[in-house]
Write a protein that binds this ligand. Structure first.
Ligand SMILES: NC(=O)C1=CN([C@@H]2O[C@H](COP(=O)(O)OP(=O)(O)OC[C@H]3O[C@@H](n4cnc5c(N)ncnc54)[C@H](O)[C@@H]3O)[C@@H](O)[C@H]2O)C=CC1
Length: 356
């Protein structure tokens, strides 16, 4: 991977050229515009490579990826086609390539694809490949942030803190990730917070175009930023911007569990105006004596710095959600505050980078 990184763009372009030349029938499974798709393959490979030494994490990531591929209509027979194109692209761009290298890539790819195929087959026994979900309300909280409530066509089981993948009717086959902003509700409705990012096709459509009655498609739930109910530790939660959405879901989850664990939420935004969900969070704080909510705007400093001013945090489990830079510096700050890495939860950064 290290050797490939500098020429990654060319490798992925050539990979798709090989794939679509040899298997033209697969082209229809991908978006019309392939620019961000190219990045996604690379990010998946980089995420897998990053966790090569952590077998449980890597396996769970690949199982999720396999389940998630059901919504694209991926079949087991597609995996060898992708593997051949991948090896073809690597052969062309790798500086050094011999039989041994090829053998290692083939073995790795075979293992990866088998985990994905098995997870998809198992998932097929009890879950649909995708859900349809109707927009039932659309609340524009700022000029670029909407709170959207959806009614899935069949029960959608998930855990507080998880996210979904979503496709709009306006950009077919372009899927983006959004976290659920509530714990599972008795009425089965789902809520998302969406910020229209510059040149973000899906996010702009959701914020500026979607209306009640529109029907979206959802992939399966994913993500490991869920509450560990096996401990009494307090929860230290950092939510930046729309990253407050899954944090709100975690608070609801703790409330439903009746644990009465201490929950400290730091809610960061650029300015007071951007704290679009502060009323809800303060209402929750009023209701639950174990909850403290601290808004942090940039004129007061950035989230990780604010967290350092409080504490001690060593007895807390930490949950982070928000921009990649915030999560990265937040993790460093929390490790510095004495929280061990295995008690710091956030989702795979590569998956959550906003994409146009
Ligand atoms: N589960 C997750 O991790 C979720 C992640 N997100 C992501 O959260 C982001 C939200 O974006 P916006 O609302 O535009 O956030 P934003 O850019 O307005 O920033 C929100 C907060 O993060 C802080 N921040 C930003 N960059 C930082 C850095 N490098 N170091 C320290 N603090 C930093 C800001 O000071 C602010 O307090 C999106 O990228 C979205 O994809 C959203 C929902 C869930």
């Amino acid at each position: 991977m290290v050797e490939i990184a500098p020429v990654a763009d060319r490798v992925t372009s050539y990979f798709y050229a090989l794939l679509f030349t040899h298997h033209p029938d697969l082209r229809a499974m991908f978006p019309a515009a392939m620019d961000t798709q190219r990045d996604r393959l690379l990010k998946a490979l980089l995420t897998a490579a990053e966790h090569m030494d952590d077998v449980p994490v890597l396996t769970e990531y690949l199982r999720n990826l396999g389940r998630g591929h059901r919504k694209y209509g991926t079949q087991p027979a597609h995996y060898p086609a992708v593997g051949e194109a991948l090896i073809g692209a690597l052969v062309r761009y790798a500086d050094t390539w011999d039989e041994e290298t090829e053998g290692a890539w083939v073995r790795t790819y075979t293992t990866i694809s088998q985990i994905m195929i098995d997870a998809a087959a198992e998932d097929e026994q009890h879950a649909p490949a995708w859900w349809q979900a109707e927009v039932v309300s659309h609340d524009l909280r700022t000029p670029d942030i909407a709170v959207i409530t959806l009614r899935p066509d069949q029960p959608y089981p998930f855990l507080a803190g998880q996210y979904t993948s979503l496709e709009t009717p306006w950009w077919p086959r372009i899927w983006r990730h959004y976290s659920f902003a509530s714990a599972p509700r008795p009425d089965g409705l789902l809520t998302l917070h969406v910020k229209a990012v510059p040149a973000g096709w899906v996010s702009n459509a959701l914020v500026h175009r979607a209306r009640p009655g529109d029907v979206l498609r959802l992939g399966p739930p994913a993500g490991s930023m869920t509450v560990d109910h096996s401990t009494d530790n307090g929860l230290l939660c950092l939510g930046g911007g729309t990253g407050i959405a899954p944090i709100k879901a975690l608070v609801e989850d703790v409330a439903e569990h009746g644990d009465r664990r201490r929950v400290e939420v730091f809610y960061g935004a650029r300015s007071g105006h951007d704290l679009y969900d502060i009323d809800t969070m303060l209402r929750l704080q009023k209701t639950f004596p174990w909850l403290a909510v601290r808004p942090v705007t940039e004129d007061q400093g950035r989230l990780p710095d604010a967290v350092r001013q409080y504490g001690p945090w060593a007895e807390y489990d930490a949950y982070l959600s928000g921009p990649v830079g915030m999560v990265r510096s937040g993790v460093d700050a929390l490790k510095g505050a004495g929280i061990p890495t295995d008690r710091i939860r956030h989702d795979f950064l590569a998956e959550l980078v906003p994409q146009p």
